[in-house]
Design a protein around this ligand. Sequence first.
Ligand code: GLP
Length: 260
Amino acid sequence: MEVVIAPGPELGRLAAAAVEQLVREQPDAVLGLATGSSPLAVYDELARRHAEHGLSFARVRAFMLDEYVGLAADHPERYRNVIEKEIASRVDFAPGAVQGPDGLSDDLPGACAAYEDAIASVGGIDLQLLGIGTDGHVAFNEPGSSLASRTRIKTLTRQTREDNARFFGGDLDQVPQHCLTQGLATIMSARHLVLLATGRGKAEAVHQLVEGPVSAMWPATILQHHPHVTVLVDDAAASRLQLADYYRETYAAKPDWQGL
Ligand code: GLP
């Protein structure tokens, strides 16, 4: 696990550079897209590189991490619509190239199985962008999630619903109780995981993710078992890391050729 501590805007550039390098080398790469505020700087930077440097996503396929259950098709907070607004509509994905779990399906278990099949059918995800919840969730894998889980329905914790109420006019009752989410094993199948976290509110979750014991109580800790994880954090999110100085020294001394 590599930990990079840098100012917020730099984190977005670093993640976007990793995406660009992948897509330039492998134009039909498969990306994993996250919602939430953490990846927004990455999406802004990718949109800029598309507009100004001709970075093309024409052959890229993308899969979303999760989706609310039951939000109307035109609801602005439906993750499919959020991803469309924040990134898909700003670059040149082919029609149908961005997929997400179907939170409006009449057969939710069937939709989850179909989603796993869709990811497998393109050979899996090359680079997965991730955020982290204040309770240590990744995607919507809340504390107690099976570390071996696959895409399935989950019930959101009150903490997560409170955290996300800001997207629903501050009204907790408007935040759905259920979601479909890639499981922890689904996420672990991606070849490179790039997790972004900023702000003091994430400091404890980041400490647990990087330095805590692996436990379903902090679902993100399963990432310690992945061979290629990049954790991009600002000073505030890094403020509880015990080995922060070591991570800074390591990154400062990193050879240029190595990349993320
Ligand atoms: C949300 C999403 C996660 C996201 C996390 C943090 O509930 N389902 O994918 O990583 O919570 O969100 P944010 O980046 O806005 O802090």
